[in-house]
Structure formats: structure tokens, C-alpha cells
Design a protein around this ligand. Structure first.
Ligand SMILES: *[C@@H]1O[C@H](CO)[C@@H](O)[C@H](O)[C@H]1NC(C)=O
Ligand SMILES: *[C@@H]1O[C@H](CO)[C@@H](O)[C@H](O)[C@H]1NC(C)=O
Ligand SMILES: *[C@@H]1O[C@H](CO)[C@@H](O)[C@H](O)[C@H]1NC(C)=O
Ligand SMILES: *[C@@H]1O[C@H](CO)[C@@H](O)[C@H](O)[C@H]1NC(C)=O
Ligand SMILES: *[C@@H]1O[C@H](CO)[C@@H](O)[C@H](O)[C@H]1NC(C)=O
Ligand SMILES: *[C@@H]1O[C@H](CO)[C@@H](O)[C@H](O)[C@H]1NC(C)=O
Ligand SMILES: CC(=O)N[C@H]1CO[C@H](CO)[C@@H](O)[C@@H]1O
Ligand SMILES: CC(=O)N[C@H]1CO[C@H](CO)[C@@H](O)[C@@H]1O
Length: 722
């Protein structure tokens, strides 16, 4: 720890005591939020309560606090809280009150981004799917049914917070709330139904009298008194500023990396780049509230991720998916926060000037009436530069900012990383490599005669499953005069399709995040007489963005059987189809202890499609986070003791040939000491015998230069992945 950092930490500890927040007002002016009469520069970090477990919350919040974070920002997840209309769930990972009280107990502030449309790579952008069946609804527009349900849920949440006295105005930690989310990006699509909706949403929110300000992000015309906030990677360069001179500059999402999709490579944003843009936002845009999106990303458990989004969410954040500190990111930002806090009063109360120090170099200077001075020296060149500022020279690495809290001594430079680097490694603790550890059960391909839902056309996938399952079967049967070899051609707007003809698997196709829909062309052989075609359409999460979400279509659009050569093709699109929502194994919940007795399991044999696998294991000792390595599997979902740890899709490779994600978080709190039930549903292959359970830990490194070989990482059981 640098000397000055130590000093800041000690002083804050003395002055701040327990840091408990006393009852007070939150207001704002053109410079900052004002809490209990004090203008404040605040660093905030996003941690989403359903993306971790209540057992993890205290340590995540403590590590954020130690990293110099003042406030925790979270969205509110409507479709989890109200899965059926009027039926609410605030238990377990959804216990938002407990989460906010933990933030309060640790002396931090909270920002509540209610939305309730949130996007957030969360299925359906957080909207409950039952809204889809409300007559005449148009989401996020000047539409009475939507406004009714949006107001109903927003009020429910605000009332819940008020009843627990969680707003700062009541002595609680919540200092800021958000209504809507990046609406400006879709507003034009709603034409004259857009602007009145923005005004309505702002007035509705303000009318709830929370006693703390509201923000709208990416909404440059946010109506008074709602504050418009910036979202983006580079708000220090891109933010046009508050839309009124009496509103502060707030950055609600500064992406610490980016979410990953199946088939997409991870995006790694360096500690230096994040620090540069945060310092620039403070200096050049007079920013006074900066939120890291995400500070801890966590896990999209179950089916909560949106279309194609991986189960691991923002693993590259300062706290990784499992809550381990990621260095040097965490430490470098901690030093940045401390450097800014050294001069925050001068920044907030001082008058601002800027001066050029060179063609691509600039000084941002803040001087208060008492003569205190703070400066940020910016080098925007791609080369190192030596600048002269007030008769002293400063070495500024390329694209970096030096912070001089007294206009003389450089205490921090965004490009000079002094924090230790660390390395993450996994150790295999449990294997499942013996066939007699496993049982299997093949799910059933439904027959047309057994279906109760029928239509003379291809039904839309989401409106049919109502998001009860990722899976929708389309099945039909037809007569043939003679046996023949043909091609089955399927066009789908779903994410994946698996095709079976006469109970035999004939092929699959899938799309990707950037390439919506998929097309299958499989060679098939038909019998003389009756033939059955069964097509399994799969969604890997619902869409989470864009206007008119309620009108989106998915699932099969066209089915053709084409003869060889000149033989004509037969169009089955408007044929008689039978439908089944979900898998038999899902209906019986065979992934939990009770349900697993409802089907006949057998010994594992050759890999076949649509296979359920089960095994059991004892909890490994220790406290290190646990992951399942599912790199040997294809695509499906995994459950532990009945709780889904998420969708996996190891067979979807990223451009360099690696699986998009091989390690899947198993929270310790999902386990009992022994006899834990692990169940997987595998769509098309995979080898469960190669699955392993691993612990994850951090190896400290002594500075960047020594990031070389570490013999402890070379054992075959040790997989290095960072
Ligand atoms: C929400 O709507 C339900 C009826 O659907 C009603 O019972 C409830 O009082 C409403 N809540 C609020 C806060 O408006
Ligand atoms: C830095 O330079 C880049 C172009 O190289 C420009 O896009 C960016 O706006 C500049 N940033 C600042 C803070 O001047
Ligand atoms: C810088 O040096 C010049 C002469 O060398 C002197 O006149 C001036 O006062 C100095 N400025 C500061 C800020 O020290
Ligand atoms: C630029 O500065 C960095 C950090 O201070 C240093 O490591 C690097 O060698 C310098 N590069 C050049 C070309 O001087
Ligand atoms: C399907 O694939 C076969 C063989 O590659 C090709 O001959 C046929 O034209 C394709 N059919 C369609 C409809 O694309
Ligand atoms: C299927 O029916 C719809 C209307 O019911 C029609 O628009 C469409 O053209 C038909 N498709 C085919 C391939 O016949
Ligand atoms: C508003 C903004 O800066 N958006 C950017 C977010 O990050 C993605 C990818 O890094 C960019 O493509 C967007 O332009
Ligand atoms: C941060 C920085 O150095 N900005 C400068 C980049 O170059 C332009 C054009 O010379 C200046 O106007 C900026 O101040």
C-alpha cells in the first residue's frame, strides 16, 4: 500500500467510525449529490443480488468497501419478483431487503435502479412474460396497460423499501433511484408514444415521494427534477453533460469489461483504461458519481440470462464471478478512489480552469477560496510525454492521467500500475470418471397423437412456452407412397433446432447473438407408409432489448421436405402440427431428489441426444469457491440438489477454438456435506465421465515482472485459465 493510501484509509477510519449513515436528506446541485448537506464524490459498484447468493453478499460488499466503493448499485428484477401476476417472491437470492440491509450494515450507500425494464442481459430485459398476454399492451410506451403494470410494480418496490425504512430520507442507505433504462435508444421507434411516456414515467416516479433523487440513464431530455445520467465505456469523452445547470454529472454504467455470449470471446478491459476514463470524467466532465458496471458480475443462474448470454457474467470485473479479487484491476481502482478522495473537497468546491500543456496534453485545475489546489494532468497521446506544470516536470505514460491532489505531488497515475498482479487457478477435487457413478435417462420424443395442443401452422415459440421452458416440440406425421432419401429443411427464428425423423436424430442447427435464427438442411430417409417428424426448438434466453419486445417472434417458421434432384419439395409449414411445451424430465422435475424417482434411470451407454445424467458427490472441504468443468459436454443445463446452476454450451466454440465457457459456478451454499445430487440435461452428446469438480483460488504475484512460471501451477490437475 502506498504511504498516502495508508494515510487516507487511517483518517477515514478515524473520522468515519463505523460509517453508519444517519438520517438525512439527499439533494443535488450542478456539482454533485448532496448528502446530509455535504457535497460528495461517490464511487459506486454494481452488484446484482440474484447473480450471487445471500451467503456471498457480506463478503462481496466488504471487498467493494475495501476497494474504495461508497455505494452499491443494483437493478430490481421484476420477472423474478413477480413470476405470476400478483404472486411475489422476495426469498433467497431475491431477498432484496436483506441485500440492502447488508449494504447499510457495512456503512455503504445504495442506488436502486428499479427500471422496471432493465435490459441487463437478463431474460426479457426483466419484464415478466405474463405481460405478453395482456390485451393491447405495448411495452415502454404511452400505453395504458403497460403503464398500469409498470406503476403497480414500481409502487410495490418503493413501498417495500419505505416500509423497511431503507431510503436515506428515512435513515436508510438508498440515495438514488432509477426509472426506465436507456430509453432514448428506443424512443424514436415509438414516435408520438415516446415523449409522453418519458414525462409520465418521470412524474410517476417523482410522485412516489422517496425523498431521494431519481435518475434516467442515457436520457438527455430527462424531465426535471429527474437527473439524466451517462452510460458507456468513455463518458469522460462522450457525455454531453447534465441537461440543466443545476444537475450533477452522473455515470451510471462505466463498463469494466463486457458481458460474454456463447460463441463470443471475452472482452478484457485493462485497469489502466478504466482508470483513465474515470479520472477524465471527474476532471473534464466534473463527474461526481461513477458506477462500475459491473463491480461484481456473478452468475446467471437457471434460465435468467438473455439470448445467448453465458452463465458467467462479467467475470472480468474487479471482483470475479466467484467474488475473488481480480488484480491489478481491484487494487488500481482502489488507489484511484483514494487519490480522488484526497482532493474531493477541492474538486467539489474549487473553481475550474484548464490549460494546454502540449498538443495532446492538458491540465484540469481546481482551486478553492482557501487557496487549495488540485490538478489532473492528461496525456492523450499514444506516446509517453514529459510535461511541465507549474515549473515542475511530470512523466506521463501514453494515454494516462496523473492526479496531483495538491497541484504538486503526483500520488496516482492511471497508466502506472503498482498493484500486485494475481493469477487464478483451479484444482480438481472430485472426478466422475467411472461409468458406474452415473445413471442416464433419455427424454421422450413426443408423438403427434400424444399432443393436446394442435395448430395448422407453426406457432410462435415464446408465446407458446410462455417461458416455462427453453424447449418447444413441433411434431407431425404423414404418409409416403414409397421409401426414399430426401432432405429436411427447417428455418427457425429460435436459437437452436434439433430434428428427429422416425425417432432418429438427423441433425441440429443454431444461430448466434449476431446472427438471429438458424437453418437446418439434413439428409433423411423416409419409410413407405407412416413417417414422423419431430423438431425441438430451443431458446437460450429471451431477448432483452429493442423496441416492441412484445412483438418479437421466435421458433420454427418453415419446414420443407425436398426430394433429390428434380423431385419436388413438399411444404409442411401450414401442415397439422402437434405441440409439447418443455421436456418430460422438466415436467417431472427429475433434477431434484423427489422428481428423480419418477423416471427409470439406467446405466450409461453410448452418447445419445436428449439425455439426462445424474450422479452424486460429497462437498469438498474448505471454503474456496467451486466450479464444475463441463468442457466435455455439448449443450444443456445443470442442477445441483434441484437448483439450476445455469445453461451450459461447451460445444459453441469461440473463434480461437476454445469453448465459450467451461467452468460453471457451484455456490457452496447449494451443497450439503454429502450425497449432493448433480443432474444434467444434455441435448446432443457430450461425455459426463470427463466432468470434474474443481476449487478455484488466487495465487498472489509479486509485481508484473514476476508473472512468469510458478511451479505449483504446472501439475496436471492444475488448470490455469487467466
Ligand atoms: C397492483 O395491482 C393489484 C391488482 O392487479 C392490486 O391488488 C394492487 O393493489 C396494486 N398495487 C399497487 C401498488 O398499485
Ligand atoms: C484523445 O484522442 C482520441 C483520438 O486519438 C480522441 O478520440 C479522444 O476524444 C481524445 N480524448 C481526449 C480526452 O482528448
Ligand atoms: C516558475 O518559475 C518562474 C521563473 O523561473 C517564476 O517566475 C514563477 O513564479 C514560477 N511559478 C511557480 C508556480 O512556481
Ligand atoms: C513509457 O512509460 C512507461 C511507464 O512509465 C515505461 O514503462 C515505458 O518504458 C515508457 N516507454 C517509452 C517508449 O519511453
Ligand atoms: C440441402 O443440402 C443438399 C446437399 O448438400 C443440397 O443438394 C440441397 O439443395 C440442399 N437443400 C436446400 C433446400 O438447401
Ligand atoms: C401459410 O399460411 C399463411 C396464412 O395462414 C400464409 O400467409 C402463408 O403463405 C402460408 N405458407 C405457405 C408456405 O403456404
Ligand atoms: C454508449 C457507449 O459508449 N456504448 C459503447 C459500449 O461499449 C460497446 C462495446 O464495447 C460499444 O460498441 C458501444 O458503442
Ligand atoms: C486530454 C487532451 O489532451 N485533450 C486535448 C487533445 O487534443 C485536442 C486538440 O489539440 C485538445 O483540444 C484537447 O484538449
Amino acid at each position: 500500500m502506498a504511504w498516502w493510501l495508508f494515510w487516507v484509509v487511517s483518517v477515514v477510519a478515524v473520522i468515519g467510525g463505523g460509517g453508519r449513515i444517519v438520517q438525512g436528506d439527499v439533494t443535488y446541485d450542478g456539482r454533485s449529490l448532496i448528502i446530509n448537506g455535504q457535497p460528495r464524490i461517490l464511487f459506486s459498484g454494481s452488484i446484482h443480488y440474484p447473480r450471487s447468493t445471500p451467503e456471498m453478499w457480506p463478503s462481496l460488499i466488504a471487498k467493494a468497501k475495501e476497494g474504495g466503493i461508497d455505494a452499491i448499485e443494483t437493478y430490481v428484477f421484476w420477472n423474478q419478483h413477480e413470476p405470476q401476476q400478483g404472486q411475489y417472491n422476495f426469498e433467497g437470492r431475491l431477498d432484496i431487503v436483506k441485500f440492502i440491509k447488508e449494504i447499510q450494515a457495512q456503512g455503504l450507500y445504495a442506488t436502486l435502479r428499479i427500471g422496471p425494464f432493465i435490459q441487463s442481459e437478463w431474460t426479457y430485459g426483466g419484464l415478466p412474460f405474463w405481460l405478453h398476454d395482456i390485451k393491447d399492451i405495448v411495452y415502454r410506451s404511452d400505453n395504458e396497460p403497460f403503464k398500469f403494470y409498470m406503476q403497480n410494480f414500481t409502487t410495490k418496490i418503493v413501498n417495500l423499501m419505505k416500509s423497511e425504512k431503507l431510503y436515506a430520507s428515512q435513515g436508510g442507505p438508498i440515495i438514488l433511484s432509477q426509472i426506465e433504462n436507456e430509453y432514448k435508444t428506443v424512443e424514436a421507434a415509438f414516435h408520438e408514444r415516446g415523449p409522453p411516456y418519458v414525462r409520465w414515467a418521470a412524474a410517476m416516479a417523482v410522485g412516489l415521494n422517496t425523498g431521494v433523487p431519481w435518475v434516467m440513464c442515457k436520457q438527455d431530455d430527462a424531465p426535471d427534477p429527474v437527473i439524466n445520467a451517462c452510460n458507456g465505456l468513455r463518458c469522460g469523452e462522450t457525455f454531453a453533460g447534465p441537461n440543466s445547470p443545476n444537475k450533477p454529472a452522473i455515470w451510471t454504467e462505466n463498463w469494466t469489461s463486457q458481458y460474454q455470449v456463447f460463441g463470443g470471446a471475452p472482452y478484457i478491459r485493462s485497469a489502466e483504461d478504466i482508470a483513465f476514463h474515470v479520472a477524465l470524467f471527474i476532471a473534464a466532465k466534473k463527474g461526481s458519481y461513477i458506477n462500475y458496471y459491473m463491480y461484481h458480475g456473478g452468475t446467471n443462474f437457471g434460465r435468467t440470462g438473455s439470448a445467448y448470454v453465458t452463465t458467467s457474467y462479467y467475470d472480468q470485473a474487479p471482483l470475479d464471478e466467484y467474488g475473488l479479487i481480480r488484480q491489478p484491476k481491484w487494487g488500481h481502482l482502489k488507489e484511484l478512489h483514494a487519490a480522488v478522495k484526497l482532493c474531493s473537497t477541492t474538486l467539489l468546491l474549487g473553481s475550474y480552469t484548464s490549460s494546454s500543456l502540449g498538443e495532446l496534453q492538458q491540465a484540469h485545475i481546481f482551486k478553492d477560496k482557501a487557496g487549495k489546489c488540485a490538478a489532473f494532468l492528461v496525456n492523450n497521446s499514444s506516446r509517453n510525454s514529459t510535461v511541465k506544470f507549474q515549473n515542475q516536470s511530470y512523466e506521463l505514460p501514453r494515454r494516462s492521467i496523473s492526479i496531483l491532489p495538491d497541484c504538486q505531488k503526483e500520488v496516482f497515475n492511471t497508466g502506472k500500475v503498482s498493484s500486485q498482479f494475481n493469477k487464478r487457478s483451479t484444482v480438481q477435487v472430485t472426478t466422475f470418471n467411472s461409468a458406474n457413478q452415473w445413471k442416464e435417462f433419455q427424454d421422450v420424443i413426443p408423438k403427434f397423437e400424444d399432443t393436446s395442443l394442435r395448430a395448422q401452422n407453426m406457432l410462435e415459440h415464446m408465446g407458446t412456452t410462455k417461458d416455462k421452458s427453453d424447449y418447444l416440440w413441433y411434431t407431425s406425421s404423414f404418409q409416403q407412397d414409397s421409401s426414399s432419401a430426401k432432405y429436411l429443411k427447417v428455418n427457425s427464428l429460435g436459437h437452436v433446432v434439433h430434428a428427429f425423423v422416425n425417432n432418429l436424430y438427423v441433425g441440429s442447427a443454431h444461430g448466434s447473438k449476431d446472427n438471429i435464427g438458424c437453418a437446418l438442411n439434413a439428409s433423411i430417409s423416409l419409410n413407405k407408409g407412416m413417417n414422423r417428424v419431430s423438431l425441438l426448438s430451443v431458446m437460450v434466453g429471451l431477448p432483452d432489448s429493442g423496441p416492441y419486445l412484445e412483438r418479437r417472434v421466435a421458433g420454427l417458421r418453415k419446414v420443407l421436405i425436398q426430394g433429390n434432384g428434380k423431385a419436388g419439395s413438399q411444404d409442411f409449414t401450414n401442415y397439422s402440427w402437434g405441440y409439447k411445451v418443455g421436456l418430460l424430465g422438466e415436467d417431472s422435475q427429475i433434477y431434484n431428489d423427489e422428481g428423480s424417482y419418477k423416471v427409470q434411470w439406467s446405466n450409461v451407454g453410448n452418447s445419445k441426444p436428449l439425455m439426462w445424467y445424474k450422479t452424486s458427490f460429497n462437498a469438498p472441504s474448505g471454503v474456496d469457491p467451486l466450479v464444475l468443468n463441463l468442457g466435455s459436454m455439448g449443450k444443456g443445463e445443470a442442477w445441483i440438489n434441484g437448483q439450476s446452476i445455469g445453461r451450459y454450451w461447451s460445444s459453441f466454440r469461440i473463434p480461437n477454438g476454445d469453448p465459450s465457457q467451461t467452468l460453471y459456478h457451484v455456490p457452496r451454499s447449494f451443497l450439503k456435506p454429502s450425497g449432493n445430487l448433480l443432474v444434467l440435461f444434455e441435448e446432443f452428446g457430450g461425455n459426463p465421465l470427463q466432468i470434474t469438480l474443481n476449487t478455484v483460488s488466487i495465487t498472489k504475484m509479486v509485481g508484473e515482472g514476476l508473472l512468469g512460471k510458478d511451479s505449483s501451477l504446472d501439475s496436471p490437475n492444475n488448470q490455469e485459465f487467466w
